[in-house]
Design a binder for this molecule. Structure first.
Ligand code: GFB
Length: 314
């Protein structure tokens, strides 16, 4: 990308899109275009085509998606498969129609089989059955990967697909019914501390293991790959390190300053038992994550306190 290339960020209000916008600005890219959901409905093909016809972007970051944690994925599978498939189809196909130079599609680590060998290598895609709690979302993301790959093969496009691990950071969703675990724990511990509660409920058994990447690291990796990765094969983005939900809860409680106990509710689903990415392909290209988890949680807690809970931290 040149500093004056026209770059369209689809989903610029979301966790990933807003981090991309920040990082692109910081890196000196000045010709960024985007529209809010109200101004442009990405599920409507004619609207997407009109937008591309008027703007003619050179580069596209496809960060628009319907996302959510384990409960939302499990409760609304139709919405997850419909919204994600239609947004991907519209943007990928329209990018082809309007000769976009390069597109970066954001997938997810849940595209790998539920019982995938760890750490998960890119080649394990489509080698086994998916985790049932997010199968609909995963299938939509797999469809996006295969679309990019097919457009490259048949139409000579340059559409790349990156697979981030579980993300978190400023701008995250803190709604307990739809959020991922890390922002949910920040909120639960914060409210428990403020209200003097003795215990916090943690869903599941606490034994599943997850890997967490700060969204600013992800944005850096996406820009790096947009500038230097051209293969049709997917590429993982993560830290390569994981921890159990129990360990994560301990770390978040410490950052927030909650001193009470944890109560595990095993009637809630655990989801995939382990999900750790093999990031050697990305590391070999010269990119490594650099925000340590604890520091990232501190930053995210500060953002939550100021923007969601409306409090200034001491
Ligand atoms: O982050 P999370 O919702 O999604 O849950 P997944 C991770 C783990 O944390 C699960 C546990 O074992 C949850 O049971 N957990 C404990 C909690 N307490 C809580 C809580 O208060 N809220 C939440 N949300 N979890 C998602 C997929 O799977 O990962 C998406 O559903 C996507 O498709 C995303 O791929 C990255 O890691 O299980």
């Amino acid at each position: 990308m040149k500093k004056n290339s026209k770059i369209y960020i689809a989903g610029h209000k979301g966790l990933v899109g807003s981090a991309l916008l920040r990082e692109l600005h910081k890196s000196g890219y000045e010709n960024l275009v985007f529209k809010t959901h109200k101004e442009l409905d990405l599920t409507r093909q004619e609207q997407v085509e009109e937008w591309f016809e008027n703007e003619r972007p050179d580069y596209v970051f496809l960060a628009a998606a319907k996302v959510g944690g384990i409960l939302a994925n499990n409760t609304y599978p139709a919405e997850f498969i419909y919204s994600n498939m239609i947004i991907e189809t519209n943007i990928i196909h329209t990018s082809y129609l309007f000769n976009v130079k390069k597109l970066l599609f954001l997938g997810s680590s849940c595209i790998y089989p539920r019982l995938c060998p760890q750490p998960m290598k890119e080649e394990y895609l489509l080698s086994g059955s998916l985790e049932p709690t997010n199968e609909a979302y995963a299938i939509a993301k797999i469809a996006g990967i295969i679309m990019c790959r097919s457009y490259n093969r048949q139409y000579d496009c340059r559409f790349i697909s990156v697979m981030p691990t579980n993300l978190y950071g400023p701008g995250d969703n803190f709604d307990l019914n739809t959020s991922h675990v890390l922002p949910a724990l920040i909120r639960k511990f914060h409210e428990a501390k403020i209200n003097g509660m003795k215990e916090v409920e943690i869903w599941g058994t606490g034994t599943p293991k997850r890997e967490f990447l700060h969204v600013d690291d992800l944005a850096g990796a996406c820009i790096f790959l947009m500038n230097g990765y051209d293969e049709s094969e997917i590429i993982n983005i993560g830290t390569g390190q994981d921890l159990s939900i129990n360990e994560l809860a301990g770390m978040v409680a410490e950052v927030v300053g909650f001193k009470g106990g944890l109560r595990f509710n095993s009637s809630r689903p655990d989801g995939t038992p382990v999900k750790r990415l093999n990031v050697s392909k990305l590391n070999a290209l010269g990119w490594k994550a650099n925000i340590p988890l604890k520091q990232g949680i501190q930053e995210t807690y500060k953002w939550y306190a100021e923007n969601v809970a409306n409090r200034t931290l001491p």
